[in-house]
Design a binder for this molecule. Structure first.
Ligand SMILES: [Zn+2]
Length: 260
């Protein structure tokens, strides 16, 4: 398909852009995104957007690197990778992503989390403060995390295996009492052709030694910041087409695979 799902256009004012205009085109309260979650489910693990291009349009975000090489965390305008093997590291400007979403983060609302919340309580809090008049929101939580259950995935070699095989061999870590930052997004069901509906959160510790995709956590005391997002700029790498809304995995199927 070559046209965006009307539901996505209506919910997020989405439009397609070339990768060269991805960063330049980003406006306030907008997300830029490379490729789609459906493409990842279809084993399209290589993209053509560089980290430099991504950072030119967003200073907070998440995703992965080409080859499905670990988890990507963008915070304070810096890109970090949590590889399955080896330490957390800064990502080079020329490295590329097959799937990422980022925003120039603007704080629209601040919520102090006074006491530790478990994961269901945290998600309920995020939902209760979700901007009513926006298509999605970006969140940032800075503070203490009494418990964290993170995962990352191994870099894949061609021919690429199905995503379910990748997550079946994922690496998981459990930590206690870390200080750090959660970054992420909440997308509506209308975005499920291109994004994971619901919350998607990545973590990185203050000392930048521990990071990953959040499967479970408790948070607090901490400060939650929320940005209302009303626009999406979407870039499709060569070979990636927009999915037919009828063909995409259900929200629950994606959630089962992705976790968190
Ligand atoms: Zn993730």
């Amino acid at each position: 398909m070559t046209t965006l799902d009307p539901a996505l256009v209506q919910a997020l004012n989405a439009r397609l852009v070339d990768h060269s205009e991805l960063g330049a085109s980003a406006a306030d309260h907008a997300v830029i995104q490379s490729s789609t979650i459906a493409a990842i489910m279809d084993r399209k693990y290589d993209g053509d957007v560089t980290i430099k291009e991504l950072l030119s349009g967003g200073d907070l975000g998440l995703g992965t690197l080409n080859g499905l090489d670990g988890e990507l965390i963008i915070v304070d305008g810096e890109a970090w990778q949590a590889p399955a093997e080896g330490p957390v590291r800064r990502v080079g400007d020329d490295e590329q992503t097959p799937f990422a979403v980022a925003t120039r983060f603007i704080t629209d609302e601040v919520v102090e989390i006074e006491r530790p919340l478990d994961y269901p309580e945290l998600l309920t809090l995020l939902e209760s403060h979700a901007p009513a008049d926006s298509g999605c929101d970006a969140v940032r939580i800075d503070g203490t995390f009494p418990a964290l259950h993170l995962r990352t995935v191994y870099r894949q070699e061609k021919p690429y295996p199905p995503f379910a095989d990748v997550t079946a061999n994922q690496v998981e870590w459990r930590y206690e009492d870390l200080r750090g930052t959660l970054v992420g997004f909440r997308f509506p069901h209308a975005a499920s052709t291109v994004e994971m509906a619901g919350h998607h959160l990545h973590f990185i510790s203050d000392d930048r030694t521990k990071a990953g995709h959040v499967l479970d956590c408790s948070a607090g005391p901490a400060t939650l910041r929320i940005e209302a997002v009303g626009e999406m700029r979407l870039e499709l790498p060569p070979g990636v087409e927009l999915p037919d809304p009828h063909d995409v995995a259900s929200d629950q199927q994606l959630r089962d695979l992705e976790g968190g």
